[in-house]
Design a protein around this ligand. Sequence first.
Ligand code: GLY
Length: 285
Amino acid sequence: VVRAWSVIVHGGAKTIRPERQIHNRTGCETAAAAAQAVLEGGGSAIDAVEAAILAMEDDPTFNAGYGSVQNADGDIEMDAALMSGVDLSLGAIAAIRGVRHPISVAKALLQDKAVLLVGDGAARYAAEIGAELRADSPPAVPSDEACNTVGCVALDNAGRLAAGTSTGGLNGVRAGRVGDSPIPGCGLYAEDALGGVSFSGDGESILRLALAARIMGDLAALDVQAAVDAAIAQMGRVGGEAGCIALDPRGNAAFAHNSEHFAVGTADPEQGVRTFLNQKEFLDG
Ligand code: GLY
């Protein structure tokens, strides 16, 4: 199938208690619909990924933006990245504090020579571009769900792919710790001829396995579902939980996870917006 446009979002690979499942579904639905509105209006894949992640950064259900967890010092340090499959341009920020929408700072950086800015330098850049500041106090996020990342991959009707991630990192980690989310070839990647991917999960494991790079390599030979399944199977080598979403250049969506749940939303012209809490729901479709 070749789709005019397609989008897939995720809200974290985790165990989701029954009473929290509706919030995860609604959050993914809202994010996928935000991207859909951009893509139906002829907007770019980059703008669609930003729109989806903006919605999730403002939703306390998710560990990104407003819902970000605290590190061991009680501070909030966030990571985000946005990549264009057209020219492999990338904007990434790590351990940034004090901004409402890390994904928009990453997007602005797409225009800059620098690919990755961290800490105070990232915050100074955010101030230079007039990025919106965040409210200081984080919401009370249930600690069993206070993990993992949001992400999105989109294909627009000009055949352009983009991938993005945004996260508050993991609960209680060392100050300055950075996971997979802002690192190309680990937490995300996009290349128009091959596909796009975005991860959630235990960042150290995803970094050590360079999982996004493995998928990009496999996409030349495998279909997109087989490629994401193979990447998640690698997690057994190092341990930990992860989930991955992907699109191929024709807009076929796939996802895989080894966590109990993985909150996912998809949208395309044929099927509209759909949400899933595990891969079985998706494959049984
Ligand atoms: N996957 C998010 C993190 O480990 O920081």
